[in-house]
Design a protein. Structure first.
Length: 245
């Protein structure tokens, strides 16, 4: 099951889904408020969204599943792996947004402004800072359009709830407790060497592998799909050996 990030949708995985579906049952999700999913008037907390994923896993009889997560989706996947280890066989995480520096938390007035008429431009500017030096123009345009499609109240509530949760997964040191409680094997791709080092330090399963990918943007699965696919298949082959998972 594939989980996108804040303001994205299931199409973020369009370079991975065809290959995955040739060998495995694959479901790419539109989280609530995103893509083709409904936009209920709720708080959009990580607990709510993780609950949605839990119900999908059980309702579609996918468990135990390998959860893929990009950015915010990586945090959701980790939350579910800790809370419901019976549902999660392994994790594949692409530049997950957990283990951030708490000093980088945006100010409250900026978070409030995401719900205003100027919120779309603010969100687009924030996403642009996450792009890399070689991010193709077509991908930059795609990310801007994705941000414009998400309702203002969704983008504001979702990000505020993620940033503000006491003991939450978004920032250190709260995130460390979450990562240390995972018992599943993890394949993690990071563009930030410091976050890669945190991931490596807190790994619990011997089959966990952390890959630092330099010179790319936050959507490295879109910019470097061949690298992600190659490392993914290598890792899956490793896990298929007896007694791994």
């Amino acid at each position: 099951m594939l989980l996108h990030g804040w303001l994205g949708d299931s199409a973020t995985w369009d370079r991975q889904v065809p290959a995955l579906r040739r060998r495995r049952r694959t479901v790419a999700v539109d989280l609530r408020g995103h893509g083709r999913s409904p936009t209920p008037d709720t708080a959009y907390t990580p607990d709510e969204l993780a609950g949605d994923v839990e119900r999908l896993l059980t309702g579609l009889r996918l468990a135990p599943a390998v959860l893929f997560g990009h950015s915010y989706g990586g945090s959701l996947a980790t939350i579910l792996a800790v809370r419901r280890p019976d549902l999660v066989r392994a994790l594949v995480l692409v530049d997950p947004d957990y283990a951030g520096d708490p000093r980088a938390r945006p100010p409250d007035d900026w978070l409030d402004a995401l719900a205003s008429p100027a919120g779309t431009a603010l969100a687009q500017t924030a996403l642009a800072t996450l792009e890399g030096p070689h991010t193709p123009p077509a991908l930059r345009d795609r990310h801007r359009m994705e941000a414009a499609r998400v309702p203002a109240f969704v983008r504001a509530r979702m990000l505020r709830a993620h940033m503000a949760a006491a003991g939450g997964i978004r920032f250190r040191p709260g995130s460390d407790a979450w990562l240390a409680r995972r018992r599943q094997p993890v394949l993690a791709f990071h563009r930030d060497p410091e976050r890669a080092a945190v991931e490596q330090h807190l790994r619990q399963h011997p089959a966990t592998r952390v890959i630092h990918v330099s010179g790319t943007g936050h959507w490295l699965h879109q910019e470097r799909p061949d690298l992600v696919s190659r490392e993914l298949e290598r890792w899956f082959a490793h896990l298929s050996r007896p007694h791994r998972i």
